[in-house]
Design a protein around this ligand. Structure first.
Ligand code: WTA
Length: 627
């Protein structure tokens, strides 16, 4: 593709959206019944669908059709283990493994439409599990292995899962995390679950609950033939939880036809994937990036997807670049946090490797600062690889704003231009469209096939969060600026969510955990600028009347956050303060607290509207910021 083709196709995708997408649907996807309808409904109606008369199976599209096309001996997965062992799985082998796993699920009585929780490390069986669900029409909800048992429970309850697929442990660097133990702690609170399938990789299987099935012994008894079930295009494919501005995570619901088309077409064009190339997305399958760009997009395109079990710094910070050389990776897709943390280790870890196979670099999850962008380009990419700074969200299903490898307008910090079918619009608080060089709120006009269809079991919250505030638009919750060339740069979240190391967390989620402590009365969590993570969490708590700050209070609070959410959500700093600044209507003014935690002690505007303006000075003194 060249820039002319991009702009022709882009214009076509907007002016004749249905024709464009129906053409692409036929080109990219094998349907058991081809769709004749593009989009129906609209965002204003809070109901929209894509390809509603089409039928297909996602697992068939990710496996069988490549085997049928004579590419069964092509590598589907290259797995690189934590301990530097590796494994390749061809499309023929993937078909066998997924079919057997599907039959195992069926043998447990799991049916079309039922929900299955996948709580797994980055091992091939995690991908077999996702594809097996898709093959039999079960709806998976993958829960990131770093989440705590409590967080697992709330997701299982919300999505009404009937089964859990898990593993004995997660190995990451020198750490071994007991995963099945966390499931055992959760299970008593999950009345809908009647099956737990455990893949034991590092330890002997041992039955600890009446629901346990040993994957290794059960799966060998299964037939390796399982017909993929044709699904309606709008049947649910998966639910994936993401943090929102209020306490409870949102169960983002994606359906079948639109999602798989959008994941595959974006993967193909944005990474310019060519047959026989090795493509590596470093995300965990517990996040949307892992869904769309480790599993569904690349496998639908018949690509070789590299799956890495470990961490970037084990055994040394050269690990990523050694993997690139070992497997001759052509395309790598990672996060600004990882890039910054490896940059901080020094160039010698990179220079000891060649990386000559690399052709394209990708970035996702948070704004990439120009310094990290330049290092990625110069040191990792030897000034020869374009960087795709891809902006998107769990809700968009796939990349929505990104350059293409043919783009001549790459700029550090800019995601630049919309993908086909995406109409980004910049508005102000009042909802008025802003033109030219400007900065404001990012909304998207018109639907695209990968768009979330709803929040599971909560159409009201779905409409409230994304559609009602600015009718006719999808509200992203991000700020954006446009430069004089029309290039777009995402500036960060504008709602009460924090982006820590590229992972969203709700301030309310953290605060709800903190106030579970018996001494804590109120809590505020804000983002403080951090050189590697982008942002870190600072928490401010007030204590119940008459309570003194106990010496172990902060440790106890950190433990509560780890227990309720997971250790990645631990605040870096916790301050005990006399009071939190509040509006007269009682709302905590997080904006002011955030400014102070970032070292700014003036310019908050009029603080006289606060019911307790003295709280501002108290916090400033607490942080030792007063001159
Ligand atoms: C942020 C991850 C700047 C943004 C795929 C978005 C980015 C949130 C970028 C979604 C980028 C993602 N530049 N910010 N290239 N990519 N974000 O749902 O704030 O985990 O709204 O999906 O990450 O996070 P989510």
């Amino acid at each position: 593709m060249n820039e002319k083709t991009y702009s022709d196709w882009y214009n076509y995708s907007i002016s004749d959206s249905d024709d464009f997408w129906l053409e692409k649907a036929k080109e990219f996807i094998s349907w058991s019944e081809e769709p004749t309808i593009g989009q129906e409904g609209s965002m204003s109606e809070r109901n929209y669908s894509w390809f509603s008369d089409g039928k297909l199976n996602v697992s068939y599209n990710c496996i069988d059709r490549h085997v049928n096309n004579g590419r069964g001996n092509h590598n589907a997965i290259i797995w690189e283990g934590n301990d530097e062992n590796s494994l390749t799985i061809t499309y023929d082998e993937l078909l066998i493994n997924v079919s057997k796993f599907s039959n195992l699920l069926k043998a447990q009585g799991i049916k079309k439409g039922e929900k299955v929780c996948i709580y797994m490390p980055m091992i091939p069986e995690a991908i077999y599990a996702m594809l097996a669900c898709a093959r039999i029409g079960a709806v998976h909800t993958v829960v990131f292995g770093g989440f705590s048992s409590e967080a697992l429970v709330s997701r299982i309850l919300d999505s009404e899962c009937v089964a859990i697929i898990t593993a004995d442990v997660i190995k990451r660097g020198n750490k071994t995390i007991p995963l099945k133990k966390k499931v055992d702690e959760a299970i008593e609170k999950c009345p809908t679950v009647s099956t737990i399938i455990t893949v034991s990789t590092y330890t002997e299987f041992s039955q600890t609950t009446k629901y346990d099935i040993d994957y290794n012994t059960a799966v060998i008894l299964m037939s390796d033939i399982c017909e993929p079930l044709p699904m309606n295009s709008e049947d649910p494919l998966f639910i994936l939880y993401t943090s929102g501005s209020t306490g409870k995570p949102k169960g983002v619901l994606h359906t079948t036809g639109g999602y798989i088309l959008y994941a595959s077409i974006t993967h193909k064009y944005i990474f310019d994937y060519h047959t026989n190339e090795v493509y590596w997305c470093t995300a965990d399958i517990g996040w949307i990036t892992g869904h769309s760009y480790v599993v569904y997009g690349p496998l639908a395109n018949g690509a070789t997807t590299l799956v890495f079990e470990g961490v970037p710094t084990f055994p040394t910070p050269a690990r990523y670049w050694e993997i690139v050389d070992k497997h001759e990776v052509n395309i790598i897709y990672s996060t600004p946090t990882t890039i910054r943390s490896l940059m901080a280790q020094g160039d010698e870890y990179v220079q000891s490797t060649s990386r000559k196979s690399l052709r394209i670099l990708g970035s996702v999850g948070e704004p990439i600062n120009p310094e990290a962008w330049r290092w990625y380009s110069k040191v990792i990419g030897r000034n020869t690889c374009p960087i795709m700074d891809t902006w998107w969200q769990t809700e968009t299903g796939g990349i929505a704003i990104s350059p293409l490898p043919c783009s001549s307008n790459l700029k550090p910090g800019f995601a630049t231009q919309p993908f086909f079918g995406i109409t980004p619009v910049i508005i102000n608080e009042e909802g008025e469209e802003l033109f030219g060089e400007t900065e404001g709120i990012l909304v998207l006009k018109g639907s695209w096939p990968g768009q979330l269809r709803s929040l599971y079991n909560d159409k009201e919250r779905f409409a409230e969060t994304y559609l009602n505030k600015y009718p006719g638009y999808y509200l992203t919750g991000d700020g954006v600026k446009r430069d004089s060339d029309g290039a777009l740069a995402i500036t960060g979240r504008i709602d009460d969510t924090l982006n820590i190391s590229g992972r969203l967390l709700g301030t309310a989620e953290i605060e709800s955990a903190l106030i579970l402590h018996k001494d804590v009365s109120e809590a505020a969590a804000v983002a403080t600028s951090h050189p590697v993570k982008g942002w870190s969490i600072s928490s401010f708590v007030t204590l119940n009347n008459g309570t003194e700050e106990k010496p172990r209070l902060k440790e106890e609070l950190v433990d509560i956050v780890s227990r309720e959410i997971g250790s990645y959500a631990k605040p870096d700093k916790i301050y005990c303060v006399e009071s939190l600044p509040k509006t007269r209507s009682g709302k905590i003014m997080r904006r002011i607290i955030r400014e102070i935690s970032n070292g700014n002690i003036s310019g908050f505007g009029d603080t006289s509207t606060l019911s307790n303006p003295e709280a501002v000075g108290q916090i400033i003194r607490k942080l030792g910021l007063e001159s």
